[in-house]
Design a binder for this molecule. Structure first.
Ligand code: NAD
Ligand code: ZN
Length: 370
């Protein structure tokens, strides 16, 4: 499947298919300005799949250099940004070279930001290898790294030349990572695509058991959804646009920050829990039917995603979460901006949640009082 994305200045295709990695060389050749690519690869992904990528490049006589990156969120840092850009320059990267990001969202974000800034911009191609990066981070042009002040606070909007999503590459992805990525697909449905959510209710189990045809369909629908949103609001300037993609993310990020990026709570798991909390909050506020909230909780539970703070591996203090939320980059004029819901597929932006309402919800959901 080919999904075209048309933005104000760029146009690119998301190419989805099983085992397209072995045709990568042929697929990207028409996009290259020079037969020279720099592959920035997650070490784990490289161990498993780099041979195939390199073989496909050899077939069309494309030269390559490989830069390996240690897996994990810590790599999306100043330190690795410096290492990567320095190495690219030392290895002779030119304006006409192309950077290939070969890994999950961490690799894509770091490689994209490096591509955006080295020599003031070198073309890059995304080959996302996690479900999360195939349905979310590789499409849309948000690139960046983390800082000690917070996640993703340094970055650029920089669109790729193409995105190649190979469903077969997901065969080696750990089950928990797959489930976490799936949470972002469900989130898309919850925002404004109730049909997608219905489809998820019917096919969720097949997706987490990695049925290829189903996975391809899910990736296609989620990318279509994301394309619609970013085509209307490329630079996140409207409250009804890209911003809505953050459903469940403010709370999700604070939970991630509390449990510390060491694998105890994956990003997608935090998003699933964050979405459940928003639905519970909105039902309490009287703006979302209880039955919608129950459906959402039931669905996330059925695919082994967390739905309540009670079951997290560590007790969480409500006041810690609130403090994090207030420092979130989305807080403006001391008010926390939330994406709320009037039901499944009915998300909107609001600054009308009081601290008291939030605190009560967190306590009710299992946080410790102080
Ligand atoms: P990740 O890149 O850390 O990958 C998760 C783990 O899976 C890593 O250990 C990696 O080595 C391993 N892995 C990757 N592909 C594999 C494969 N095919 N087989 C076996 N193992 C594999 O995590 P992620 O979930 O892909 O991405 C998370 C990052 O994405 C976060 O930093 C988040 O901020 C970012 N993100 C960015 C955007 C955006 O718009 N740019 C959107 C959402 C998330
Ligand atoms: Zn996310």
């Amino acid at each position: 499947h080919i999904l075209p994305i048309t933005l104000s200045k760029n146009h690119y295709d998301v190419i989805i298919g099983s085992d397209i990695l072995q045709q990568c060389g042929t697929l990207i050749l028409p996009l290259l300005k020079q037969k020279k690519v720099f592959i920035l690869a997650d070490q784990t992904v490289a161990d498993l799949h780099l041979d195939k990528l390199i073989h496909s490049l050899d077939l069309v006589h494309v030269n390559y250099e490989v830069i390996l990156l240690p897996p994990g969120e810590k790599t999306k840092s100043f330190q690795y940004y410096e290492k990567v850009t320095q190495t690219l320059l030392e290895k002779g990267v030119e304006r006409n070279s192309t950077i290939l990001a070969f890994g999950g969202g961490v690799t894509g974000d770091l490689a994209g930001f490096s591509a955006a800034t080295v020599l003031r911009g070198v073309p890059f191609i995304q080959i996302p290898t996690t479900l999360l990066s195939q349905v979310d981070s590789s499409v849309g042009g948000k690139t960046g790294i983390n800082t000690s002040v917070g996640k993703n606070l340094l970055g650029a909007f920089y669109q790729p030349e193409a995105v190649l999503a190979d469903t077969k590459i997901l065969d080696t992805l750990p089950q928990r990572e797959l489930q976490a990525g799936y949470a972002e697909i469900v989130k898309a449905g919850l925002i404004n695509d109730p049909e997608l959510f219905k489809w998820c209710e019917k096919n969720g189990k097949k997706i987490i058991s990695k049925e290829h045809a189903c996975l391809a369909k899910a990736i296609e629908m989620a990318c279509q959804f994301k394309a619609r949103v970013i085509q209307n609001d490329e630079y996140e300037q409207q409250s009804t646009g890209r911003n809505l993609l953050n459903l469940g993310h403010s709370l999700g990020h604070t939970l991630e920050a509390e449990l510390g990026y060491d694998g105890r709570l994956l990003h997608g798991e935090a998003v699933a829990l964050g979405c459940c909390l928003i639905f519970k909050l909105c039902t309490q506020m009287g703006i979302c039917p209880e039955k919608d909230t129950q459906r959402v909780i039931h669905h996330f539970e059925s695919v082994n995603l967390p739905v309540t703070i009670k079951r997290l591996p560590q007790p969480i203090r409500a006041s810690n979460l609130l403090n994090h939320l207030k420092h979130d980059k989305k807080s403006q004029n001391n008010k926390i901006t939330f994406i709320l819901v009037n039901g499944i597929g009915k998300a909107f932006t609001s600054q009308d949640v009081s601290e008291k309402q939030l605190y009560n919800l967190l306590i009710e959901d299992g946080c410790i009082q102080d």
